[in-house]
Design a protein around this ligand. Structure first.
Ligand code: FES
Length: 184
């Protein structure tokens, strides 16, 4: 057997001329984020959160920029991004639907909820619609077992969900999307 090595050390990182970490972000991190932490490593997660929130993912170029800013190894940034589910390498949808699939929700009909979202949006769990409007996720217990089945639409928890309620929530997001499109 022979070992095959992956040339990750020489991998080409997709780049753009404009930095992801803007001057405003750097100024904010310097004035409000760094002073809260004893070490620069400590500030990594909130900074990643900021980048994820801004771009809906953490691009490789941004990881290098963050590493340069914090004076840490880019591999430390990549390790953190790949370890935590809240950071993603691919852009997430503007509306992230997280359907709980743990025991109480499973027993109380999470499958019908999940199937309805799949059917309405034409995506499977961990996929994003082509227009970038929705990402569908399945999630572990959201801590609201007594009101199962539940799902998050972005950060808002919806309890005792029904298929009709799912339709209503998706319709609301679509209506907001078409409103914002008509204003641009
Ligand atoms: S199992 Fe779904 S909230 Fe606990």
């Amino acid at each position: 057997m022979s070992w095959k090595t992956k040339p990750s050390g020489t991998m080409k990182v997709p780049t753009r001329s404009e930095p992801y970490c803007t001057a405003q972000m750097i100024a904010r991190w310097q004035s409000t984020t760094l002073p809260k932490y004893a070490t620069t490593h400590g500030a990594l997660m909130p900074i990643l959160h900021d980048v994820q929130h801004t771009y809906r993912h953490v691009p490789y170029q941004a990881m290098i920029e963050i590493a340069n800013f914090l004076k840490i190894a880019p591999s430390d940034v990549l390790d953190t991004v790949s370890f935590y589910e809240e950071y993603t390498l691919e852009p997430m949808g503007k509306c992230i639907i997280g359907v709980c699939h743990t025991f109480a929700c499973e027993v109380c009909g999470h499958q019908a909820i999940l199937d309805r979202v799949r059917q309405r949006l034409g995506i499977e769990p961990h996929e994003t619609t082509e227009d970038g409007a929705f990402t569908l996720l399945t999630m572990e217990c959201l801590g609201s077992c007594d009101t199962a089945p539940v799902a998050l639409f972005n950060d808002v928890l919806h309890e005792k969900l029904t298929v009709a309620k799912v339709d209503q929530l998706i319709d609301e997001v679509l209506a907001q999307k078409s409103q914002s499109t008509s204003h641009t």
